[in-house]
Design a binder for this molecule. Structure first.
Ligand code: GLU
Length: 519
């Protein structure tokens, strides 16, 4: 039997880590088993529906490189794959359950349901429908319908007994039927299906073999099993995925940091890092490697690799992956990936929910000094776009080691394309030196800077060490004032390389300007 799995999001919000993990695991399971991965839009909740969320779903999966075999845009043998285009099917099947005596019409209006709720709350009883319409006679039903009374269709949940199902990860799970939602609505009075009805009708007709979804859906599963039975259908295999928690053991949420994939994109995470990290959230692989590509996971994924325990989302670990993947990029690829962050375009233009804990990344031409010309090529003041690109390419190997996120590049390239303001004197003087000594350092650095372009890296380091020694100071205290003078910042790419790319003349000029402060 061919494996068929689906990712079935409701377009009521931006794609977040949890959803993407569900999508990924389904996708990987399909690929690992030569099966099909189906994308289905569960858009029955029209009040929370947003067109932008549908777009975001497509964008996010495309960005991650997760491809589906059947889906809204692609079609397939069991389409349409959008629930709002399948309403007639759900109604037909709700009616079928009524005919079979497995579901019933309920004419209770909102007012009555509200009254039941109030009484239940007052008596500290569990909430739920009191099943009064379950016992209407055929005549009463006919009279209500003839009178044009609106109705919903409810499932007849067995009053006693238990419902069991097997979860591929968690094993056998059983629920007392008395603990299942008393007679949930399948079809609403406006003819819209509820999630439960549409979800299982679709899983059945789309021939889904395995339902892999978050553990928060477990309480719905006994109900779904009852519905499959009521229809006389074979339920799929269920596999409920471990939860994703923050470091504090609470369900991962905005409080912990970025959760929507958009935010990760806008902060300069790269898809390979996210794929690698998220595929290991609650899933471990035999060979204990750290770095896996999507193609690796497509071969290796197994349900047996899933953990039962919740996964803890570790932002630092994801950051580590991000760094690793950026270091693996060629200079040209890194240049292309960072350019949007230098110019504030593309991914870098996606709005982020900045908080104090997670401030908005600093990106854009006012940070980097690089903008795009009318042909989409990088351009900086006083340079042609070819020169700008050349300088950026030269700089890539230097900044590669220091990037945590693509957005970090904006500040790191700035010194090349803008004249930094001369920093205040107290920022230039190292803690261990005084102003007089710092002045000496800067004076001595002029010769040093001028020598750099003709020296290789080792010789330049040796010269720096010697000069520091002659001044009787540590190497760090020698470099720091020069770094401040040349780049205007304490954090810059490696100094010697930076000077070589900037040009000794400009570096000396900046140093002289800074020296004026000490006169
Ligand atoms: N539409 C549901 C969601 O938004 C799907 C749950 C399921 O996979 O059954 O997560």
């Amino acid at each position: 039997m061919e494996v068929r799995v689906r990712y079935a999001p409701s377009p009521t919000g931006m794609q977040h880590i949890g959803g993407v993990r569900t999508a990924l695991f389904n996708y990987l399971f399909a690929r690992a088993n030569g099966g099909k991965f189906i994308l289905r839009l569960e858009d029955t909740d029209r009040t929370r529906y947003g067109e932008e969320y549908v777009q975001n779903l497509f964008d996010t999966l495309a960005w991650l490189g997760i491809e589906w075999d059947e889906g809204p845009d692609k079609g397939g043998p069991y389409g349409p794959y959008v629930q709002s285009e399948r309403f007639a099917l759900y109604k037909k099947h709700a009616d079928e359950l009524v005919e079979k005596g497995q579901a019933y019409y309920c004419f209770c209006d909102a007012e009555r349901l509200e009254r039941i709720r109030t009484i239940q709350t007052m008596n500290k009883m569990p909430p739920g429908y009191d099943r009064s319409c379950r016992h209407l006679t055929a005549e009463e039903i006919k009279a209500n319908i003839d009178a044009g009374k609106p109705y919903v269709i409810r499932l007849k949940v067995p009053l006693e007994g238990v419902t069991r199902f097997h979860d591929a990860l968690l094993g056998d799970i059983e629920w007392k039927n008395e603990d299942i939602n008393p007679d949930p609505v399948l079809l609403k009075s406006d003819g819209f299906p509820t999630y439960h009805l549409a979800n299982i009708v679709d899983d059945h007709f789309m021939k889904i073999t395995h339902v892999m979804r978050a553990q928060e859906w477990i309480p719905s599963t006994p109900l779904h099993v009852l519905m499959y039975r009521a229809f006389g259908w074979e339920p799929p295999q269920f596999c409920h995925l471990p939860m994703v928690m923050g470091q504090d053991g609470q369900k991962l949420s905005k409080r912990h940091g970025a959760t929507s994939v958009n935010e990760f994109r806008a902060r300069g995470y790269i898809p390979e890092a996210l794929i690698n990290y998220v595929s290991m959230l609650g899933c471990s692989y035999e060979d204990g490697r750290d770095l896996y590509s999507l193609a690796d996971f497509e071969k290796l994924f197994k349900i047996e690799h899933l953990n039962k325990a919740p996964a803890v989302f570790d932002y630092k670990k994801l950051e580590w992956f991000n760094g690793q993947y950026m270091r693996l990029m060629s200079d040209e690829a890194l240049y292309r990936a960072t350019l949007p962050f230098l110019t504030g375009t593309g991914d870098a233009a996606i709005p982020v929910n900045a908080t104090e804990q997670f401030p908005a990344p600093k990106v854009g031409p006012d940070v980097s000094g690089v903008s795009l010309d009318e042909n989409g090529a990088p351009i900086a003041e006083g340079l042609t776009s070819a020169q700008t690109k050349e300088k950026l390419l030269q700089l890539m190997p230097l900044i590669k080691e220091r990037l945590h996120f693509l957005c970090d590049a904006a500040e790191m390239v700035r010194f090349l394309f803008t004249e930094p303001a001369v920093p205040p004197i107290d920022q230039i003087v190292p803690k261990k030196l005084d102003a007089a000594k710092t002045k000496e350092v800067l004076e001595a650095s002029i010769d040093f800077i001028q020598a750099i372009p003709s020296l290789d890296h080792e010789a330049a380091e040796e010269l720096a060490r010697k000069t520091a020694e002659n001044l009787g100071i540590k190497l760090g205290d020698f470099m720091m004032p020069i770094r401040m003078a040349v780049t205007g910042s304490r954090v810059s790419p490696p100094l010697m390389g930076s000077i070589a790319i900037l040009g000794a003349d400009r570096a000396v000029e900046r140093t002289r300007k800074t020296l004026e402060l000490f006169k």
